[in-house]
Design a protein around this ligand. Structure first.
Ligand code: THU
Length: 255
């Protein structure tokens, strides 16, 4: 791989690391996924007071890419050296193990010609996004769910104060503990893009329309978007809406 290409990728991933949400460790970290057409996107570390719920940068970028239907990752670049657990996760997630091309880069050799354009994961909604539209997009997103373990698709749509939207899907892993729910995938995409003001989240579970966000997602929502409104898709019935803080009274904090 050409040195200048590697350095340009490093520049992008280090810029993205600034968006890390790391109030507990202060250790920013980002991962960049390069796609087969040389477009790229980044994911950042998103911490939670409940440490086991931290979203690692690698999970964030894999979730963001999957959520918009992109699975054609050819290389991963980290804002710091690759960790052993990241190598393991990547080996389990991709066909044909990616090779370590530099201390901070894993990829399929010969496939890296980028970087090209940034892959934009969010889009601005000029008009007020009504409930029916939010739900329709969350429902549509379920088609991107990566669900080899459960065959249970979930879709989510996060909306920020200025009406920028980020979709999320559940992304499963054969080590179930590394699976990310759709709600957290959407949150990770928004934070990775530098958003800080999430106001609404629409969630669609077509196979269990009476479902509500799991406990882990509630904990993460309470910390990141305590004022947000959560809309649940009820299929044929009217959607139901909750305030985040009502979904998890007395959420865990470190204070
Ligand atoms: N799941 C979500 O995406 N959101 C939730 O709030 C609950 C569960 C996903 C995780 C897993 O892929 C599948 O649904 C079954 O648990």
């Amino acid at each position: 791989m050409e040195k200048s290409i590697a350095n340009r990728l490093r520049l992008h991933v280090r810029e993205a690391a600034v968006h890390s949400r790391v109030p507990y460790s202060g250790r920013s970290r980002a991962a960049l996924a390069l796609m087969s057409d040389n477009s790229w996107t980044c994911g950042v570390r998103v911490e939670n007071a409940s440490y086991p719920l931290v979203i690692p940068a690698l999970s964030a970028v894999l979730a963001s890419a999957n959520s918009i239907g992109r699975r054609d990752i050819t290389a991963l670049v980290f804002s710091d050296r690759v960790k052993l657990e990241e190598k393991t996760m990547i080996q389990q997630s991709f066909t044909g193990p990616m090779e370590q091309l530099a201390e901070d880069i894993l990829g399929y050799p010969g496939s890296i010609n980028g970087p090209g354009d940034e892959l934009i994961t969010g889009w601005h909604f000029p008009d007020k996004l009504d409930t029916a539209t939010g739900i329709r997009i969350a429902r549509q997103a379920t088609q991107n769910a990566y669900i080899p373990e459960s065959d249970f698709p979930v879709g989510a749509l996060v909306v920020t104060r200025d009406q920028t939207c980020y979709q999320g899907v559940n992304v499963e892993h054969d080590d179930w503990t590394q699976t990310l729910c759709a709600e957290r995938a959407a949150i990770a995409a928004a934070i990775s893009a530098g958003e800080t003001n999430i106001q609404r989240i629409y969630v669609s579970c077509p196979k269990a329309p009476a479902a509500t966000p799991c406990g882990a997602c509630r904990q993460v929502l309470c910390e990141i978007a305590p004022e947000a409104i959560v809309w649940m898709d009820r299929g044929e019935q009217t959607a139901e809406c909750f305030r985040t803080l009502d979904l998890l009274p007395r959420a865990f904090t470190l204070n």
